[in-house]
Structure formats: C-alpha cells, structure tokens
Design a protein around this ligand. Structure first.
Ligand SMILES: Cc1cc2nc3c(=O)[nH]c(=O)nc-3n(C[C@H](O)[C@H](O)[C@H](O)COP(=O)(O)OP(=O)(O)OC[C@H]3O[C@@H](n4cnc5c(N)ncnc54)[C@H](O)[C@@H]3O)c2cc1C
Length: 410
C-alpha cells in the first residue's frame, strides 16, 4: 500500500492497517450511526474499520479535517470564512459552453473530463443514475470523459459514493478525483492516508435537505403538479423550486408554498443533523448558493483546489461575488413559522415570494440566509431528537451562527 502523504497526523486512525483485516458490513443491516446514517458508502468497504473516527454522524471532526486538508481552520472572525469555510478565492462563474443536461452549467463535469484528459488523475469518483430510475444513484470510478459526462446532473438522494473505494486496491488507480457532498468527504478525508493512492483531489458540492428515494417520492408528490414526469429540480436563488419535466416544460413553486407539515419529516435524519452544508473538507467547492441567478458559485480552499479550477478557468465567464440585502429578520421569522409548521395558501406564498425575490437577500447574503435557516432548524432538531449529542456534534462555527438567533425553548 502506498499511502498518500498525510498533511497532518490528526486524522490518521490509531491503527492505520486495520482496514487490511476488515470486511465490509453486509448490505441492508443496521449501520453504526443507526438512524443518522447518510449511507455515504464507507461501511460498504473494508475502511469501515475506521468508522468511529470517520463517520460524520458518530464523530464530528471538522476542525481536524480543515487543518489536515487546508493547513488551518477557518477564521471565525471573518464573516465569509465563518459561513463558507477556509478559502483562498471565492468567485461566480458559468461555462461559456454549458453542458447540455448538467445540473447548472456543468462546471463539475467539465473539471472531471479535463482531469482525465490532462492526465491529472486516472479516475473520477462520480455518480451515474440507475438505468431503471433517473433518481437512484450508482457510484462509479469513471475512467473516460464519456463516463464522467454520463454522470452529470444531481441524483437528489442519499448516495453511497464511497462504496467504490472497495474497488481501488485492484484497480491500478493511483490518482483520483472524488466528487461528493459533505458527509462523503468527511469520511473520505478521515481515511485518506490509508487509501492506496498517490494523489487525491476532492471536488465538493454543497448539500442540504437530501432524502432517501422514498422521501424523494413524498417530496415530489407534495410539491409538483406532475411528480412522475420530474427529471430535474433545484431550490433556486429566486426562492422558488424549479422543476423540469420530461417534455422540457418548467414548473416553479415558491418555497413559502411548500406543505411544511408533510415535509417536516421527509428529509433524512442525517441531513437534519448536518452542519457541513458548504463542504468544509473539499479542495474546491462548486455550488450556486452564493451566486446571482443563473451563475455557479466557487470556493477555492487550497492549492489543489486551484489546480482543479486551472483545468477549466479559460472556459469560464467569471465574475466577482456580490452581496445584497439583510437576511436576519427573514431568518428569525422563518424559524418561528417552521416550528409552528405554518402552511401559507398558494396565493399568499406567491405574494411573499414576489416581495422576497425583489427585495430579499442576494448573492452571498442569500447563501448566508440559507445557512442560517438550515443550521438553526438542524440545531433545534438535534436538541429535540438527540439532545445528548448537541454539545459534541456542533462545530464552533455553527455554534457561533446559531447563537445569533432566538430558538424556541423546547
Ligand atoms: C443532493 C444535493 C444537494 C445540493 N444542494 C445544494 C445547495 O443547497 N446549494 C448549493 O449551492 N448547491 C447544492 N448542490 C450542488 C448543485 O446542485 C450542483 O450539483 C453544483 O452546482 C454542480 O453543478 P454542475 O452543473 O457543475 O454539475 P454537473 O456537471 O451536472 O455534475 C453533477 C455532479 O454531481 C454528482 N452527484 C450527483 N448526485 C450526487 C449525490 N447524490 N451525491 C454526490 N454526488 C452527486 C455527479 O457525480 C456529478 O459529477 C447540491 C447537490 C446535490 C447532489
């Protein structure tokens, strides 16, 4: 085994050979994190040997991860680092030639393609859709640009990305680009030094409110006029969900019109207890939350992240990040409305949506609105459902953000 040079010993498991003796857990059984399991796939591999240190829901290790991956933790006194994590650059961009069928303009897929074409890596860990169901994820180690492109677009369900690590030892892969959401990246970083790799690049997606396949069905049934024909959806910066249907038509629904009483329990418990919305351990993060409508938002966390961005920078239309508005009152009102499971009639939701879209938070302020809203909701959920975990599960940055708001008492 040629373990990658660890940047810091803090994430190294005590016995870094334990995976050589371990076996994946059998499919379908109870996982160590029990109901909080996000099905990241680690337990489907021999690296389950390190699950106690690696699982984001058993041991929150964000500070150690930031130190190991970026050489320092985020600066809690810098508002942008407090919210979006360690950064060298933050920008908005779109591919000048967008990739048809990608979630946004396809920056993630294009980086994956260029990483293979330039020989930076031997394979890209990404997620295809099952041939039977567009929303059922099938993680793969893609070896060709065509395979990366076939994995474009979100599968908005919990995805066992890390299960393909099990294929690494016999694969001949020495340099890997892993694309993934926060819980997958936290586990990956924890076992990084024990993987048979010479180089690992991590391209992170922000992620919030993910669901099981069954939960997705409930969500679509509740939110869309034609749930069976939805092929793509996104919660957008205009405070509306944009659904695309198989015939190419688009449907938009204001956030404020969602059936909150039905949807309160639809999100996975792992996501309701997650504070890694912006993927703290990734080298480069590509989302949309801090950008204006139609653009993507990128955070370069370290030199490896810049190397990934270099692969496509000449193909991007780049603009600086901007910020407008003041989110705080809207967040506080949202906390109270969510707690009471208020459901607005659709006409009122449209009116509220119209005002918020025109006068509400934009750019980075929208990103902070979303983080504030989800962190406060999740802190409350954790307190009510896993009270004993609250203290050790909340990273310092999340505690500081949550303390800015008044949470219901019980
Ligand atoms: C479940 C989920 C929730 C998200 N929530 C937010 C959010 O709240 N705010 C925000 O700014 N951005 C969010 N994103 C990221 C955003 O929606 C886009 O994925 C991102 O901007 C990249 O767009 P793109 O066009 O470059 O991607 P594409 O080029 O279309 O590539 C998408 C990539 O996502 C990977 N992928 C698909 N599904 C999954 C999955 N379930 N788990 C891991 N990887 C997957 C695929 O392998 C593919 O490589 C979320 C992504 C996911 C998967």
């Amino acid at each position: 085994m040629t373990a990658a040079e660890p940047s810091s010993p803090s994430l190294l498991p005590a016995d870094a050979r334990a995976h050589l003796r371990a076996r994946p857990l059998p499919p379908g059984g109870v996982r160590p994190a029990k109901d909080l399991c996000s099905d990241c796939g680690l337990c489907d591999t021999r690296w389950v040997a390190y699950v106690r240190q690696a699982c984001a829901f058993l041991d929150q290790h964000m500070d150690a991860m930031e130190r190991a991956s970026h050489g320092r933790t985020r600066d809690l006194d810098d508002e942008n680092e407090l919210y979006f994590g360690v950064q060298r650059r933050m920008l908005t961009a779109r591919l000048r030639a967008p990739i048809d069928g990608a979630q946004w303009t396809g920056i993630v897929s294009r980086i994956g393609v260029r990483a293979l074409e330039t020989g930076l890596v031997d394979a890209v860990l990404c997620v295809r859709a099952s041939p039977e169901d567009r929303f059922t994820p099938v993680p793969i180690l893609a070896r060709t640009p065509e395979e990366v492109l076939a994995a474009r677009v979100n599968k908005p369900t919990l995805s066992p990305n890390l299960k393909v690590l099990e294929e690494l030892p016999d694969s001949g892969i020495r340099r890997l680009l892993a694309i993934g959401v926060g819980c997958q990246v936290q586990a990956l970083r924890a076992v990084e030094a024990t993987l048979p790799l010479e180089a690992l690049y991590v391209l992170g997606l922000p992620c919030v409110d993910n669901v099981s396949r069954e939960g997705l069905r409930t969500f679509l049934n509740s939110a869309s006029r034609s749930p069976q024909t939805v092929v793509h959806y996104e919660f957008m910066q205009d405070f509306r969900i944009h659904f695309r249907h198989a015939d190419g038509t688009e449907e938009t629904v204001p956030f404020f019109g969602l059936d909150t009483p039905t949807l309160k329990d639809v999100f996975a418990p792992s996501c309701l207890s997650c504070f890694d919305y912006t993927n703290a351990g990734a080298d480069l993060v590509v989302g949309y939350m801090g950008a204006t409508f139609g653009r993507q938002w990128l955070v370069v966390r370290n030199p490896r992240g810049q190397r990934l961005l270099d692969l496509v920078e000449s193909e991007l239309d780049i603009a600086p990040v901007t910020s407008r508005g003041d989110r705080r009152q809207a967040v506080q009102q949202g906390i109270d409305a969510y707690d009471k499971a208020v459901r607005l009639p659709m006409w009122l939701a449209e009116v509220v949506g119209w005002f918020v879209e025109r006068f509400g938070p934009r750019g980075l302020e929208y990103g902070k609105f979303s983080i504030d809203s989800h962190f406060t909701r999740n802190a409350l959920w954790l307190r009510r459902n896993h009270g004993a975990m609250v203290e050790r599960h909340l990273p310092a940055f999340a505690q500081r953000i949550i303390a800015r708001y008044r949470l219901p008492s019980s």
